[in-house]
Design a binder for this molecule. Structure first.
Ligand code: ATP
Ligand code: MG
Length: 371
């Protein structure tokens, strides 16, 4: 049995980037051999194991063959006879199809090193076209490595085009798609992800709602990445101005996490009003703060302020003083204390009403001061 480091770890090491998770391929072993050595299977019938002390993944060398539509429509063949070269052949990109042995020697049958140096994202074999997830993966790698000068080889883009036109993208599960999309959004140049999807015809299949968008949403998204904003802010920035039905449709299509959907919906609903700042007037401002539940979810409103600020910057406008105003307004209503009202004798529904009035006064006071 021989074990090799493979995939992202080898690639990133050669690029001089930090390596976070290491994957291994095992040649010449059976599943029983792995169990005997104390490795834990990740699933009942998948030839991948976890090494308990390190938590790293060890996969038996395998070949794959397409058997149906979409991700999962694969039969694999893992056996001690499968060679390292055969295993590397089933991988998506040449830069992901390199291995390293114990002595640090590189095994690179498909030109990964040359493509790393030439900054090419290039498919390993025509079988690339058997898995639609690879369209998203390649777009994601482009979003990650574009700053280093990487681009997609023309023949690979052509295969991505074919996949997009084949109807296979629709067969991807929401979970699998969102995993790639969310990771792409968190890359350094997320706008490249959407540019690649556009270039290969996948945007209209996966995100038809985005096709009519102007450049400013991608600019906002890109600024959000530069400011290292969280996923929620990036998702909301991308969808801002699409209208709630589209925001909802997209969020449900990919079963996005609740925080992402909520921020995107609320941002879409309130950004226009929020952009007027104190000019909006005390009551609508308070209603907006209530809608965000700024008392229990202060972070969510701060993220909304970021979404607004990024949208303004994307249109070449100054985000201040608006961002400061919104931030201070939230602080003003949150600063209204309940205790004095209770001490003044309010209770039950009357207390709720008094609290509302006190908050409205706080907003009105702030507006007067800021005007
Ligand atoms: P990351 O840094 O994002 O983890 P990675 O290259 O390690 O990048 P993984 O998803 O961890 O990506 O997969 C490990 C390796 O398995 C890849 O480098 C690639 O060789 C192979 N691989 C993963 N998913 C696919 C796929 N859908 N098609 C072909 N090969 C794949
Ligand atoms: Mg990995």
């Amino acid at each position: 049995m021989k074990m090799y480091k493979v995939g992202g770890a080898v690639r990133d090491q050669l690029l001089g980037l930090p390596v976070t998770d290491v994957d291994w391929v095992v040649v010449g072993a059976t599943a029983q051999d792995m169990l005997d050595l104390g490795y834990r299977p990740v699933g009942a019938d998948f030839p991948v194991f976890i090494h308990p002390p390190t938590g790293e993944e060890y996969a038996l060398a395998r070949t794959e063959r397409k058997s149906g539509r979409g991700y999962g429509g694969f039969v694999f063949h893992a056996s001690p006879e499968v060679t390292l070269e055969e295993d590397l052949l089933r991988r998506d990109l040449t830069i992901n199809a390199m291995a390293e042995d114990d002595d640090g020697h590189l095994i690179d049958p498909y030109g990964g090193r040359a493509d790393l140096n030439g900054r090419w994202l290039r498919h390993v074999a025509p079988a690339f076209a058997e898995d639609p997830l690879r369209v998203l993966r390649v777009a994601r790698f482009a979003a990650r490595y574009a700053p280093l000068g990487f681009r997609i080889a023309p023949q690979t883009l052509e295969l991505m085009h074919t996949l997009s036109a084949s109807g296979e993208l629709q067969a991807l599960t929401p979970e699998r798609s969102w995993k790639e999309i969310s990771r792409a959004l968190m890359e350094p140049t997320p706008r490249v992800f959407f540019e690649v999807l556009t270039a290969c015809g996948a945007l209209g299949v996966l995100f038809p709602e985005l096709e009519t968008l102007g450049d400013s949403n991608l600019n906002s998204l890109q600024l959000a990445a530069q400011a290292e904003q969280p996923l929620t802010v990036r998702w909301a920035s991308l969808l801002l101005g699409l209208g709630e039905p589209a925001v909802l449709a997209l969020s449900q299509r990919f079963k996005v996490p609740r925080e992402c959907q909520e921020l995107a919906q609320l941002s879409d609903r309130y950004a226009g009003q929020a952009c007027r700042g104190v000019a909006l007037g005390p009551q609508p401002l308070l209603d907006m703060l209530q809608a965000f539940d700024v008392y229990r979810r202060p972070q969510r409103f701060e993220e909304f302020v970021q979404v607004c600020a990024l949208a303004l910057r994307a249109q070449g406008q100054q985000p201040d003083p608006l961002a400061t105003q919104l931030h201070d307004l939230a602080a003003a209503v949150r600063g209204v204390a309940v205790k004095p009202l209770i001490e003044a004798g309010f209770s039950g529904p009357a207390l709720g009403e008094a609290l509302k009035q006190a908050r409205l006064h706080a907003v009105a006071d702030y507006c007067r001061g800021a005007a």
